[in-house]
Design a protein around this ligand. Structure first.
Ligand SMILES: [Zn+2]
Length: 109
């Protein structure tokens, strides 16, 4: 199965198989050490890189924590997965596993 990932509209959208699936402006609880908060509440402003590892779609996001205001770029976080029915976004707390997906790209891949 081939999954086509692109960043569209100045990295405001992650496109999966030519459909805008994951946008910016959402707030994610992030459990990785993004800032000094135990749990960061990240306002996603842009996507830096997207990648797919098997069926798992991952991205590095740029944004800031609404609690403390610190801004930065996350490690790779799961944003969704590709099922036989299409793309399924993940919810809940985002945490990164260490390491990068098999294929990462900036822009089009
Ligand atoms: Zn914070």
């Amino acid at each position: 199965m081939v999954t086509r990932l692109r960043l569209l509209d100045d990295a405001a959208w992650v496109s999966v198989d030519d459909t805008r699936e994951v946008g910016t402006g959402s707030v994610w609880p992030v459990a990785e050490p993004f800032c000094s908060c135990d749990l960061a509440w990240l306002v996603v402003e842009a996507y830096v890189e997207v990648g797919v590892d098997g069926r798992r779609v991952e991205a590095r996001a740029h944004g800031h924590c609404v609690t403390c205001g610190e801004s930065g770029t996350t490690d790779w976080l799961a944003v969704g997965r590709v099922t036989d029915a299409g793309f399924e976004p993940v919810g809940g707390t985002r945490g990164s596993r260490r390491g990068s997906p098999a294929s990462g790209c900036r822009g089009e891949c």
